[in-house]
Design a protein around this ligand. Structure first.
Ligand SMILES: Nc1ncnc2c1ncn2[C@@H]1O[C@H](COP(=O)(O)OP(=O)(O)OP(=O)(O)O)[C@@H](O)[C@H]1O
Ligand SMILES: [Mg+2]
Length: 238
């Protein structure tokens, strides 16, 4: 899993300038992002935090190329995302971002390695290579001995680690995690956060969205969002 880690530390991965997002329903408009400027560099581990309704999910959708901005610019790994058509956006999303969600979104009828190999189906990678790459990714998250288990046979923390392996198998530029520990007990939360620590140490770029202070404090930087603007941007003591 070299590509993401090999990107030079300090290269800009996220460059967001004057980002605004207005939701419209009928005659009613709501400005959920009201001018956000920030950057994330290769190798950074940042948490986005803020109260309910502050705009975290809206920001995550923009960063993840799941939704476009109303105005402003977003460069992801040097690509002007706002210029892209929907099909181009989907390609960029698959190449550059590994998503981890609160609900693990694993397919219950597939084994761990088959779940992890899924993103490789779109790239026409031959079966033997898909299996091999999935096995390597699962070994990196400490699940090399669980390749053939189905999600139902794994603990919550193990299932989320399978989801992290699936997010990394395509060698994305960054890992984007939305409340990745929201469904986990204390032990499993620690398991997943320890894995993120390891990935960060190996040079991965990680953006984590959370409302849990202890989880955010594990990142090296916390970007605080409030009422659609950045309220504070601070280094943690790590
Ligand atoms: N599709 C939509 N249409 C209209 N308003 C929306 C829409 N999606 C979000 N909003 C509004 O935008 C604001 C920001 O919402 P967002 O979901 O980004 O908040 P959040 O910080 O993720 O909150 P939470 O911590 O509760 O998940 C809220 O006031 C919300 O009501
Ligand atoms: Mg949200």
């Amino acid at each position: 899993m070299a590509t993401g880690a090999a990107r030079r530390t300090g290269d800009p991965v996220i460059e967001l300038t004057g980002a605004r997002k207005t939701y419209r329903s009928g005659d009613i408009e709501f400005e959920a992002l009201r001018g956000i400027d920030f950057g994330i560099q290769a190798g950074e581990y940042a948490a986005i935090m803020g109260p309910s309704g502050s705009g975290k999910s809206t920001l995550m959708n923009a960063l993840g190329c799941l939704d476009t901005l109303t105005s402003g610019s977003y460069r992801l790994d040097g690509v002007d995302v706002e210029e892209l058509r929907d099909d181009e956006l989907a390609v960029i999303r698959n190449q550059k971002i590994g998503f981890v969600f609160q609900q693990f979104h694993l397919l219950p009828e597939l084994t761990a390695w088959q779940n992890v190999a899924l993103p490789l189906m779109y790239g026409r990678v031959p079966l033997a290579e898909r299996r091999e790459r999935a096995a390597v990714a699962l070994t990196k998250v400490g699940l090399g001995d669980r390749l053939d288990n189905r999600p139902g046979e794994l603990s919550g923390g193990q299932q989320q680690r399978v989801a992290v392996a699936r997010a990394l198998v395509t060698e994305p530029t960054m890992l984007l995690a939305d409340e990745p520990t929201g469904n986990l007990d204390t032990t499993s939360t620690e398991e997943v956060l320890a894995l993120f620590d390891e990935l960060h140490a190996a040079g991965r770029t990680i953006v984590l969205i959370t409302h849990e202070q202890e989880v955010g404090a594990r990142a090296e930087r916390i970007v605080w969002v409030r009422d659609g603007v950045i309220d504070r941007d601070e280094a943690t003591r790590r």
